[in-house]
Design a protein around this ligand. Structure first.
Ligand code: FAD
Length: 416
């Protein structure tokens, strides 16, 4: 057992952890001692897994060695956090070591609760059961799509909120429908989207545009249907209805392909920690990203309680606020309440077409480009496939914050 001390300890070296470390390295005094606690040897650009599943992006291009991304001068502790002890400014690690800090940045992401669906863990990766939510199964999604033939039935599921990237469950449904259309199979196949939520998308402006897309493909949209069981042998999926009128009723569907988005929650060591709110997420102020109780603790990314869409795009705007606020806090200055809930979801509606959904707290639409954001566009496809990965690896993860601002004054939302 060893005790070490660092000025800033970052728990989790994913999107948020590396972005904050790199930004701090550039903006803080050179002698600031920063450490990242991260057990994994690989780091993934998860937003491209939708494209991997859609057969247009190699999985290998989404992976980098974790150690290669840690900014120079930052210590990488290859270990997992086991317990947050904020009253002692300490984190207990799986190895038994204890790391203490002046400031903690908590960003260990979320966990995929595959086992909350009966039969799913055993079914995944075979008999047509796939998921873009894991590097282990995203390539299998593409195999499943290619085996669809005339008369096939493909189901796509979406759990209750919150889960990361709220557009991802339906993006792959559209890419599949588009593939079938190109092969001349769409009319003879049955493509169904089942969501546990009451609507297709949480922001009404984009929900309206997506409803049009689903209709164009002849895709069924079944709301308030929560996947509860999968029988891979007989290829049957069971849904429980969660709407008031038919609450608890069960519906079973046959499938040839089943793309599952699993329920998601905070990691167990977060849920049981003094940092968690009632729902298990790290309890932060939604604008400053500082913990509501511990003044030297900040959190961002998927593990944080802020009610934004859990996306890498959100982290792009949260990380500069966290870094600024750590530095202000060190200088005894007031915090910047600058995070406005921005998130972005490039909705792949076909190969070569994307609706760029960008919005802030309250579902306000805030486009970055001066173009109608409800339209499917090729330029957005280019941004999704080429521009955003470049921005991720070469700007975000390097602490370069030359990002264009989103337009908070846009007034074209006709759903208001
Ligand atoms: C299929 C899919 C499509 C997506 N599409 C988009 C998109 O189009 N646009 C977009 O912006 N976002 C998208 N996202 C979401 C985006 O990838 C995530 O929101 C983002 O990566 C979350 O970053 P994070 O740092 O919070 O978590 P992660 O990047 O998941 O990192 C968490 C890190 O913490 C580590 N960790 C876990 N437990 C511990 C522990 N006990 N101790 C220390 N470290 C620990 C993990 O190993 C991991 O490295 C998508 C995600 C998926 C899965």
């Amino acid at each position: 057992m060893a005790n070490t001390k660092h000025s800033v300890v970052i728990v989790g070296g994913g999107t948020a952890g590396i972005t904050v470390a790199a930004s701090l390295r550039r903006r803080a005094p050179r002698n600031l001692d920063i450490a990242i606690v991260e057990p994994a040897s690989s780091h993934y650009y998860q937003p491209a897994w939708t494209l991997v599943g859609g057969g247009v992006y190699p999985l290998e291009k989404t992976r980098r060695a974790e150690a290669s991304l840690v900014p120079s001068g930052v210590t990488l502790i290859v270990d997992a956090a086991k317990e947050f002890r904020p009253d002692d400014n300490a984190v207990l690690l799986e190895s038994g070591d204890v790391v203490t800090y002046d400031y903690l940045v908590a960003c260990p992401g979320l966990i995929l609760d595959w086992d909350r669906i009966d039969g799913l863990p055993a079914a995944l990766g075979k008999n047509g059961v796939c998921s873009n939510y894991s590097a282990d199964y995203a390539e299998y999604t593409w195999s499943c799509i290619q085996t669809l033939k005339s008369g096939s039935k493909a189901l796509f599921t979406q759990p209750l909120m919150p889960f990361k990237c709220p557009g991802a469950p339906q993006k792959i449904a559209y890419l599949t429908a588009d593939y079938l259309r190109r092969k001349g199979l769409l009319k003879s196949c049955d493509v169904q989207f089942f969501t546990a939520t009451p609507g297709i998308f949480g922001v009404p402006y984009f929900a309206k545009a997506l409803t049009r897309v689903a209709k164009r493909y002849g895709m069924g949209v079944n709301v308030s249907h929560n996947l509860v069981a999968v029988d891979a042998g007989s290829r049957k999926a069971t849904f429980e209805i969660v709407s008031e009128e038919r609450k608890g009723e069960r519906v079973t569907q046959d499938f040839d392909m089943l793309h599952v988005t699993p329920p998601q929650s905070a990691p167990d060591f977060v849920k049981s920690s003094p940092l968690a709110n009632e729902a298990g997420w790290i309890d932060v102020d939604q604008n400053t990203m500082r913990h509501t109780k511990y003044a030297n603790v900040f959190a961002l990314g998927d593990a944080a309680s802020s009610p934004n869409s859990k996306t890498a795009a959100a982290i792009r705007k949260q990380a500069p606020v966290v870094v600024r606020n750590i530095l202000r806090s060190m200088d005894g200055q007031a915090l910047d309440p600058g995070y406005d809930g921005y998130a972005s979801c490039p909705l792949t509606t076909a190969r070569g077409k994307v609706i760029m959904a960008e919005f802030v707290y309250g579902g306000k639409v805030t486009p970055t480009l001066p173009l109608n954001p409800g339209k499917e566009r090729w330029v957005n496809w280019w941004i999704k496939v080429t521009g955003l990965p470049l921005m991720y690896w070469h700007y975000m993860l390097k602490g370069r914050e030359w990002f264009p601002g989103h337009n908070t004054k846009w007034s074209g939302d006709d759903t208001k």
